[in-house]
Structure formats: structure tokens, C-alpha cells
Design a protein around this ligand. Structure first.
Ligand code: TRP
Length: 361
């Protein structure tokens, strides 16, 4: 290792501050930035993803920022054995993205699964030599995922996927990565790899920029059971692909409390407040104003209001979704275009990497 500096997985407050500054600069000079972000293809997306991250991506793309979205299919295999649905999930994820407003026809937007970009994956090899086993072992998100997986045998991909994620980000020299808090350790590792690469192989010139995380401002969306984050695996989510009737049925079963008067109080009344927040995100009204309007209408009125506003809000998205599901050739074409672009960029980065590493012939 060329440097003795320690990899620091902490400093959340500093990240929040830097994230605000970055947000200002993005508004002023979108042309200076390249967004890279992504998801694992483990299933379809739900309204927690929509309000938590998809809308933020749409906003950045519409500001004019170049946007790469990686579908991290290899990463699916880090904590589960099943791979039967990966192909289908890649396409469903792509449909969710486009339906949510990420428009591939607007230009400057590419969606691709990383398994189709060999030159990206090859960056993993030099990157692995820039980190220690101890550093990989200390990653707090990986530690949590190991516990959550419930697996006795942990494969090496679980420890090394954050390095692979650095390749996902750095292959196109992405410099802004919109992510949730759980991804910050991976971002810190990516920054460290970029820095060490530049120091060790590039005489301190900048082959790789140090990407900055952009934390989403969206509130945490709880599941319909009120207690925990919305998540498909906890069975407390409303999927973007759900029908209006399914949405009615899900909201009917949502947890509330026994107080008739509806008030917005996230501390004391998390379930009711979460439903108010979902109405607010659908209509643009403040949750307080919505609560006041419902008054002592109780949980029944609250759920009725949520069902109506959410179904109305999701209607255009769901209809686009349906159209896309009937036009899989188009979805495949979007992915093919994404792969072509990603490969061209990755190839040129890999060439640069070989050169500075004295591996050209
Ligand atoms: N690890 C991310 C997740 O589980 C997915 C991901 C893979 C990613 N590569 C990325 C996110 C690059 C941001 C940037 O959600």
C-alpha cells in the first residue's frame, strides 16, 4: 500500500453537509457531473423506492446530468442461492425505471446489467490489490448483510462485492452517486480505491475521480405495518406494479392506532403519520394540512384518502408500465443500448488503466 491512511467508514454528519453543497453545485453546473447509481435485480420496485430514490434520479437526469444506472446482477449472488429470476427481474426493474420517468429517449441516460460489460468487471482485479482483507472484513454494511442473510457459509463475493461496486462506479468515472445511508461504507471504499489507484499507479494524476455520495432528502417510508422500512421481503410494501384494487386491499389492512382524531406526529403516531406522509408525497399538500382536513374522520377516512390519492398519482406510471410490459422488445433494446454505451466507456477506461499500470504492449 502506498499510503498509511486508514479507511474511515464513519463521519455521517460530514457526509450530510457535503451532500447539501453538492446539491447546490449540481443545480448550478449539471454538465460537470456524471451520476452513477444502481440496484440489485431482486424483484420489482415499490413506492418506497419511488419516493425514496427513483424520483431523485429522475430529477437529476432532468437537470441535464449524464446518468448511468447499473443493474447489479452479480451482486444478487452474494447473499442468496437463487438466481432463477434474475433475467426477469432485470427487465422488470428496467420497466419500473422507465415508467417512473427515467426516459432513455431523452438522451444522456443508460441502463445496463453489469454482467454484460466485461471491461467493467475486469477493473475488479487491479482494484482488489488496493485494499486489505482487514478493510473488507470491517465493512459495517457487509457485516449486517451477513447476519441478515442467515447463511452459515458466506461466499467470498459477499466480502468483495464492495470492490466490485467501486468498478461499477469508476468504470465511467462517475462522480455523483445518489444512495441511501447503508451504501455510504461502499462509497468510502470506492473513494479510497480511486485515491490509492491514482497514487500508486498514476503518479498522483487523476485517472479516477473520488465520487461523492448524494444522500436523498426523501423521508424514510415505513411499510404498511408501520414498524419498519417498506420492503417487499417484509410483505409490507405497495408495488408500483400493483393494480388499483390490490392497492385498496393493501391499504385497508394497514396498521393505524385507536385514536379517532387524525394528527401528524411521527414520534408518537408513526403508523398514522406514515400514511399521511404517503398522501402528502402523492398530492404535494403538507401532512399537517391533510391531517386537519380528515380531522376526526378516523382511520377509515385516512385510508380512503390515501387510496384515492395514491392510485390517482400512480395511474400514469402504471399505465406506462403496462405498455412497456407488452413491449419487451423495446425494453431489451434499451438495455442493449445501455450495454453498448457502457462497454465503449469501460473499454477506454481499461485501456487507460493498462497504460498507467505498464501493461500495454
Ligand atoms: N449495492 C447496491 C444495493 O444493494 C447496488 C449497487 C451496485 C450500486 N452497484 C452500485 C449502488 C453502484 C450504487 C452504485 O442497493
Amino acid at each position: 500500500m502506498t499510503t498509511d491512511e486508514k479507511l474511515n467508514y464513519g463521519t455521517f454528519e460530514a457526509t450530510v453537509e457535503r451532500s447539501k453543497e453538492l446539491e447546490d453545485n449540481l443545480q448550478k453546473n449539471p454538465e460537470n457531473y456524471k451520476v452513477l447509481t444502481g440496484d440489485r435485480p431482486t424483484g420489482r420496485l415499490h413506492i418506497g423506492h419511488l419516493f425514496g430514490s427513483l424520483q431523485n434520479r429522475v430529477r437529476l437526469h432532468q437537470l441535464g446530468v449524464q446518468t448511468y444506472i447499473v443493474i447489479a446482477d452479480y451482486q444478487v449472488l452474494t447473499d442468496r442461492d437463487t438466481f432463477e429470476n434474475i433475467s426477469e427481474n432485470i427487465k422488470q426493474l428496467t420497466i419500473d425505471y422507465i415508467a417512473a420517468g427515467l426516459d432513455p429517449e431523452a438522451g444522456n441516460l443508460w441502463i445496463f446489467p453489469h454482467s454484460h460489460v466485461p471491461e467493467l468487471n475486469q477493473l475488479l482485479l487491479p482494484f482488489l490489490t488496493l485494499v486489505t482483507m482487514a478493510e473488507l472484513d470491517r465493512n459495517p454494511t457487509v457485516k449486517e448483510e451477513i447476519v441478515a442473510s442467515g447463511q452459515k457459509r458466506i461466499n467470498a463475493g459477499m466480502y468483495t462485492y464492495p470492490v466490485h461496486q467501486a468498478a461499477d462506479i469508476l468504470f465511467c468515472k462517475g462522480n455523483v452517486v445518489p444512495v441511501g445511508k447503508d451504501q455510504l461504507p461502499h462509497l468510502e471504499l470506492t473513494r479510497t480505491i480511486a485515491r490509492r489507484f491514482n497514487e500508486r499507479f498514476a503518479g498522483n494524476t487523476t485517472v479516477f475521480p473520488e465520487p461523492q455520495p448524494l444522500l436523498s432528502k426523501a423521508p424514510l417510508i415505513l411499510g404498511l405495518d408501520g414498524g419498519q422500512k417498506m420492503s417487499k421481503s417484509r410483505n409490507n410494501a405497495i408495488m408500483l406494479s400493483a393494480t388499483e384494487d390490490e392497492t385498496v386491499a393493501l391499504i385497508k389492512k394497514a396498521k393505524t392506532d385507536s385514536q379517532r382524531l387524525i394528527t401528524y406526529d411521527p414520534e408518537k403516531r408513526p403508523e398514522v403519520s406514515n400514511l399521511l406522509m404517503l398522501i402528502s408525497l402523492s398530492t404535494g399538500e403538507t401532512p399537517e394540512a391533510i391531517a386537519e382536513r380528515i380531522g376526526d374522520g378516523g382511520a377509515g377516512q385516512l385510508k380512503k384518502a390515501l387510496t384515492e390519492s395514491l392510485n390517482e398519482y400512480l395511474r400514469p406510471l402504471r399505465s406506462r408500465r403496462k405498455e412497456l410490459e407488452e413491449n419487451m422488445d423495446y425494453v431489451r433494446d434499451v438495455l442493449k443500448r445501455g450495454i453498448t454505451q457502457a462497454r465503449a466507456v469501460a473499454e477506454s477506461t481499461l485501456e487507460e488503466v493498462r497504460k498507467v499500470m505498464n501493461m500495454d504492449i
